[in-house]
Design a protein around this ligand. Structure first.
Ligand SMILES: [Zn+2]
Length: 442
């Protein structure tokens, strides 16, 4: 009875904010045996589907009529080129301004390779030659399906209430400590939850986040990893609701221990439990309107970019270093040349004085989330990494100095020349401050 009264009270507060919301899920499970992304060591395409994967969209319209759409994807990554082309279509056909659509991937390592410029399919070269057609077929279809999810979420818009709060879940482990016990190994165990209910008080969408690689399994089956299982369990527990997972700044976190199918269920259930605990307790009504801004500052790769560097790589005994040298020499000879910088997507949505959602590109290390939450409010700041463009690891200055895979070596597996410059954290910090200044009212 007390709970019902409390809900009615929150409900009237929230309804006064004039929210409307719509949600949609579109199946993006591959229909032919495609290569799975995320592990260079895989030697063959997928063999079966453990769980369907999805593109989901949540549209949120505030009292002024402004509409924001968050798109969550059970994929290892999305490139800027694909995100921008879908966003451009959403702007022209659905009238959603660029800064009001955000793409986030779960980074599941058990979803298809997606093609496109500078993508994995090109990087894997001869190994994937036989897969080229399948990958381009899937990629083209995927773009359409993601757009469909956005369009369907807008078509489903109805009066709604929005509430926010956070829980905790503890299975993310700082993976750099596996080989370096001396490292400090920060983690972000927060579980941010945005609950969306209809006028009957039923959940229609549960948007939740966690900062940890979706890398439990490395086999040949398709699934959403722990995030896929958490979404599935929440949808079972709250019939009628769609659950959407937002990946945080978990680039240096792994779910450990891992590699057994039962870990998918265990960590999926742990995360779903954390979300359920938040949903069943008192949550804070979210105020409107939503102010949105976006910027694309340049991040820079470390030179030199000349032939000598790549020829030296060619002579390396490590196959992946030699392959990187070959790719860079080919890039050097191409019309576009070697990319020396990359536009870095920084996006912010400010929900009244209730919540700040910051979407940042790339595989963002935990330091960024901890820092921005300290700086902008631990209770009301949500950091979504892996947003709008997943092109490589984005180390903090601390991780950059430590070096290693996330510190810069991972670029040897990419179409980019090498690690980012040492001022990367400064550039991102300044850009976040600029973008937040635009959306935060004094
Ligand atoms: Zn990763």
């Amino acid at each position: 009875m007390k709970a019902k009264l409390l809900f009615l009270l929150l409900f009237t507060c929230s309804l006064r904010a004039g929210w409307e919301a719509g949600v949609a899920a579109v199946d993006i499970t591959p229909s032919e045996p495609i290569w799975l992304a995320g592990y260079a060591a895989r030697t063959k395409p997928m063999e079966s589907v453990r769980q369907p994967i999805h593109a989901k969209a949540l549209a949120i319209k505030d009292g002024t009529g402004a509409t924001n759409v968050i798109v969550t994807l059970d994929l290892v990554g999305i490139r800027r080129e694909m995100a921008e082309s879908i966003a451009a279509r959403a702007a022209s056909e659905l009238k959603i301004p660029r800064e009001r659509i955000l793409f986030n991937v779960s980074h599941t390592h058990s979803a298809p390779v997606v093609g496109g410029p500078g993508s994995y399919s090109e990087i894997m070269g001869p190994q994937l030659a036989a897969q080229k057609e399948i990958i381009s077929r899937y990629t083209e279809k995927l773009s359409g399906l993601i757009f469909d999810a956005v369009a369907k979420s807008l078509a489903a818009i109805e009066p709604a209430t929005l509430e926010f709060n956070q829980g905790l879940a503890g299975f993310a482990v700082n993976r750099r400590r596996v080989s370096h016990r001396e490292y400090p190994g920060p983690v972000d165990h927060d579980v941010p939850v945005l609950a969306v209910r209809n006028t009957a008080g039923d959940f229609i969408a549960i948007l939740f986040g966690y900062a940890c690689h979706n890398t439990i399994m490395s086999d040949y089956t398709v699934h959403g990893d722990y995030a896929g299982y958490a979404q599935h369990y929440l949808e079972e527990r709250f019939p009628g609701a769609k659950a959407l997972f937002v990946m945080g700044a978990g680039a240096d976190s792994n779910p450990l221990p891992r590699r057994k199918p039962e870990h998918l269920e265990r960590y999926g259930a742990t995360l779903a439990d954390a979300v359920e605990e938040v949903l069943r307790a008192k949550m804070k009504p979210v105020a409107g309107p939503v102010r949105a801004a976006m910027d694309f500052p340049e991040l820079a790769f470390e030179g030199p970019f000349g032939r000598a560097r790549w020829e030296k790589e060619l002579t390396s005994k490590a196959g992946y270093t030699a392959a990187h040298g070959r790719r860079m020499l080919a890039a050097l000879a191409s019309k576009e040349g070697i990319p020396k910088t990359r536009p870095y997507a920084v996006q912010a949505w400010q929900f009244g004085d209730s919540l700040t959602l910051i979407g940042l590109a790339g595989e963002l290390t935990v330091d960024y989330a901890l820092k921005f939450k300290q700086q902008y409010g631990a209770d009301t700041t949500w950091i979504a990494g892996y947003s709008n463009d997943v092109f490589g690891y984005i180390p903090s200055l601390r991780v950059w100095k430590e070096g290693g895979y996330e510190g810069g070596d991972a670029f040897l597996f990419s179409a980019f020349p090498g690690r980012l410059t040492s001022d990367t954290e400064d550039r991102i910090t300044a850009a976040v401050a600029r973008v937040l200044a635009k959306v935060r009212t004094p």
